[in-house]
Write a protein that binds this ligand. Sequence first.
Ligand code: SAM
Length: 190
Amino acid sequence: MRVVVLRIGHRYVRDYRVTMHVALVARAFGASKMLLASDDSSIVEGIRAVNERWGGSFEVECIGSQQAIWLNTINEWRKSGNIVVHLTMYGLHIDDIIQEVRDRCKDEGKDLMVVVGAEKVPRIVYEVSDYNIAIGNQPHSEVAALAVFLDRVFEGKELRIDFKGRMRIVPNARGKRVLDMNSLVERSDE
Ligand code: SAM
């Protein structure tokens, strides 16, 4: 199953850090791509730099901030038979619907688009999505919501993905051990 995250509502400069964290979580928790409804290419560059060091092929594509464009992206995704999940505190509790989403992806071979907002999300998103899903019905953050959702989708297996990066962490009970695969030098200054 391929998972693509659509980040809407990103505001230049103000949302850089949060959107970068949405991208980092998407990458680390098994999504293959983030579509960013903005022209902020600094996020694209930031993720490229992360991949260069830590591996994987996760990518960010800026699709522009206009509603007509990202709405068309959602509609095209659905038209091709794939599933759109919108994460919102107003949605169905994740425990009550995640099995159905996973089954549809597995049994029907569907891919998943996960929409996360920033500020108030336009009503239309609630209408065009196949599922409006809440990670608990309390307000928190798109970063947290995405992490929990992806972990439930992949049932924890995503945390074992081998990113085959130049830099590889050697898990350690104390301190930091990182291998630079280019020089095969062990570093402790990361
Ligand atoms: N009041 C805003 C709204 O009406 O959409 C919430 C904005 S919240 C700061 C930013 C994003 O975090 C939301 O668009 C949603 O994607 C995500 N989010 C926040 N709390 C959530 C929850 N409990 N469950 C699922 N997603 C949540």
